[in-house]
Design a protein around this ligand. Structure first.
Ligand SMILES: *Cc1c(COP(=O)(O)O)cnc(C)c1O
Length: 377
């Protein structure tokens, strides 16, 4: 808290039961942690090459196939290093010559920049838009990979992953779904590789990447691996694929992360699958945007309703109140990680709406926001 931030104590009865609203790592459900504790003695600290662990990896892979209703010929590939490492693996092992990137925020621009720096690829075609908006992909001869981002976590903009018309038949669509997977619907017929890390909507920990892949994406992986390009084994998607179908990873994974992810996927599936998990996000979005609409000092940053994220809400504040001060006061009261994305530089809060978060807690958050602003008066 800065020296000038007033101390405000929010009455306890107004506070949310769980004050975690971070956009990642995000709230982990206590039920999942308890379930992990319950099997810990037989699971944590045991070999990842033995059935106890491989069974959980298998349940995770099967659970994701069920949740996303993947066609039978898809495989869920996984490995260590999170989404950022997957970008490197995709740069080496998924792009043949030239990719097209939609760049509309911190994460989508990062992948494009990494590809631009790769000496063995042609310069990528990068289509940008202002923050708070997203561009559309443009089907272009010669582009062999389209890099889309389902939800740009830095700005709170989401887009439907759609295969662009006019794209070459053998081109593939790769979607960064790190914050969208499990929270927003998507259609596998428009996608070949839907990659993510589980510390967002899957309410687990970071350090793992998961990538459901279509036959076309797997063909691409095999084609590049068979060619002359040098691929370090740790970034080799063919090695990752071969291990994944055996329900294991190339090197030792974080077993707790895998368990927590599996638990969240099964929680979704037991309650109705994607309609359940996306429904929870929609309900959360209705609370926060509904409040912002009525508020005299707050408004949604993303004005186009079709692009406004139901996963991460970015809320602008009037100049009369400091969003940074509000976030600091909330933090001092146990409500965490509502700060805006630094690099956007707006007078803004960013609030996660993931399926693990209760709508009643978001309602309490809006009550707290009103209270704090009134006290700052
Ligand atoms: C969080 C996030 C990333 C980075 O994920 P890491 O697992 O930390 O590498 C990438 N893309 C998007 C859209 C994200 O939300």
């Amino acid at each position: 808290m800065s020296q000038t931030t007033p101390e405000i104590q929010i009455p306890t009865e107004k506070l949310p039961d769980d004050g975690r609203f971070a956009s990642g790592p995000s709230k982990v459900r206590p039920q999942a942690v308890q379930a992990l504790a319950a099997i810990a003695d037989d699971y944590l600290g045991t070999s990842h090459r033995k059935d106890t662990v491989k069974d959980i990896v298998g349940r995770l892979r099967d659970g994701l196939s069920t949740l996303f209703e993947l066609p039978d010929d898809w495989e869920v590939v996984l490995g260590n290093g999170g989404t950022t490492l997957f970008w490197d693996a995709a740069t080496i092992g998924l792009i043949k010559e030239q990719s097209q990137h939609l760049s509309f925020g911190e994460f989508s621009s990062k992948f494009a920049a990494g590809v631009a720096a790769a000496p063995f690829l042609a310069d990528p075609m990068v289509i940008e838009s202002a923050t708070g908006d997203h561009p559309e992909p443009v089907g272009t001869p010669g582009i062999d990979l389209y890099a889309l981002t389902h939800n740009e976590t830095s700005t709170g903009v989401s887009m439907a992953p759609v295969r662009p018309s006019g794209a070459d038949d053998d081109s593939i669509v790769a979607v960064d779904a790190t914050s969208a997977a499990g929270a927003l619907a998507w259609d596998p017929s428009h996608v070949d590789c839907y990659y993510f890390a589980p510390q967002k909507a899957f309410a687990s920990d970071g350090g793992l990447w998961l990538a459901p892949c279509s036959p076309k994406a797997m063909d691409r992986i095999r084609e590049i691996e068979a060619g002359p390009r040098w691929i370090p084994p740790g970034l080799d998607l063919k090695i990752a694929l071969d291990n994944s179908v055996k329900n294991q990873t190339y090197n030792t994974p974080a077993l707790a992360t895998i368990f927590l992810t599996m638990h969240q996927v099964e929680w979704f599936n037991e309650n109705g699958g994607m309609s359940f998990s996306t429904g929870r996000c929609k309900a959360n979005a209705d609370v926060i945007y509904g409040w912002a609409e009525k508020s005299s000092f707050a408004s949604a940053f993303v004005t186009d309703l079709g692009k406004r994220s139901q996963v991460v809400a970015t809320i602008d504040f009037d100049d009369s109140v400091s969003a940074d001060d509000i976030a600091s006061i909330l933090r001092a009261n146990g409500i965490r990680d509502t700060e805006g994305y630094r690099k956007l530089g707006r007078n803004q809060l960013r609030i996660a709406l993931f399926p693990a978060i209760e709508s009643s807690d978001l309602e309490a958050l809006t009550t707290c926001l009103d209270y704090v602003v009134e006290q700052l008066g």
